[in-house]
Design a protein around this ligand. Structure first.
Ligand SMILES: [Zn+2]
Length: 347
């Protein structure tokens, strides 16, 4: 099965228009984008227009690209407020996104106590049950209550019958924050979810860079979203296949590792639309022009990495390839573990 990359957009700046065939930054491999309800909440005029014309027409996104809506739970939690559920429902009904989660979920962090995580689980399940009748996608979280989540979903005929399911909270757990569960435990949880809901479309919220993509592909997830291509570009960073980010433009106080000589050579020959047209000078540039070049480059690298993973898995050359390719990645031990499970038939 194919893993779909969902490119996170920002309403504040829709450039680069990577989905648009007429744009110099068009990426033909892109199949899906995501916008956040939090942004519509902050911009009432945009919200109204999207509801009047539909999200697709408002953003100018062609039919071949799927539009995912994020509920903005993270934003609303950070502001100590409740998600405006009624308004979110109204927005979904009138703007017609292709995919949309329940209005609110309560994201546990690895730092939380067990009791606090239980409370997140209970509150999120309450919303899952309240929206079990419509096209709302239920949300569950990695952490201490993943198995309780799968049990609770299976208890409800309507929730168990849903075609899609979204999975949050993976990246903070994988980033090794002090109280994060051991890797093995997290992976076991994810394998469990995939097995229990074998026929469902499983979406993973907020995957970071290229390395985590490998984990999602090995876990046979169906789609992942990422805003990293834009966030990194805004900080002057470009993504390289298999390895981390490199700093190519010094913007403000951000510092990062600069490319090595070989990496500059690789970037010089990079066949992405931005590098092909505007070269290294384009990547290094300031302002919106530099941002568009870096962002397009970063998303291209992500899509290309996904294509290569898929091909390597299909022709059974993945395990050998990833040793070289993911060299130095902190995720390589996890990839090993997943491959071992795959080979033993447990995945
Ligand atoms: Zn490039």
């Amino acid at each position: 099965m194919k893993l779909e990359i969902v490119a996170g957009l920002s309403l504040k700046c829709l450039k680069p228009r990577v989905w648009d065939r007429r744009s110099e930054y068009h990426l033909p491999g892109l199949r899906a984008v995501m916008v956040s309800y939090a942004e519509f909440h902050q911009m009432p005029a945009q919200r109204r227009q999207a509801m009047e014309r539909g999200l697709r027409e408002h953003l100018g996104i062609p039919r071949r690209i799927k539009i995912y809506l994020d509920n903005g739970a993270f934003y609303f939690l950070g502001r100590d407020g409740q998600t405006p559920r009624r308004e979110y429902e109204e927005f979904v009904a009138q703007s017609h996104p292709d995919w949309y989660p329940i209005p609110q979920d309560f994201i546990p962090s690895p730092q939380m106590t067990r009791a606090e995580q239980r409370r997140c689980f209970q509150r999120t399940m309450r919303v899952n049950r309240a929206y079990q009748q419509d096209g709302f996608v239920p949300v569950i979280h990695t952490g201490k209550f993943l198995e309780q989540y799968t049990a609770a979903l299976r208890e409800s005929e309507q929730l168990a019958g849903k075609k899609s399911l979204a999975l949050g909270g993976i990246v903070p757990n994988l980033l090794r924050s002090p109280k994060a569960a051991p890797y093995a435990e997290i992976l076991a949880g994810l394998i469990h979810v995939r097995q229990v809901f074998a026929d469902k479309h499983l979406h993973v919220f907020g995957i970071g860079g290229t390395a985590t993509l490998h984990l999602a592909a090995l876990l046979e997830m169906d789609s992942v979203d990422s805003s990293g291509w834009r966030n990194r570009a805004a900080r002057g960073l470009v993504q390289l296949p298999g390895s981390g980010d490199r700093m190519v433009a010094e913007l403000g106080s951000w510092r990062g590792r600069e490319p090595s000589r070989e990496e500059w050579e690789w970037l010089e020959a990079c066949p992405c639309p931005a590098c092909r047209q505007f070269g290294i000078a384009g990547l290094k540039a300031r302002k919106i022009y530099g941002f568009c070049n870096r962002a397009t480059h970063n998303l291209w690298v992500l899509l290309e990495e996904n294509r290569r993973i898929e091909r390597r898995l299909a022709n059974n050359t993945y395990s050998k390839w990833c040793e070289r390719h993911l060299d130095n990645s902190i995720y390589l031990p996890l990839v090993h573990q997943l491959l071992k499970q795959k080979n033993s038939g447990r995945l």
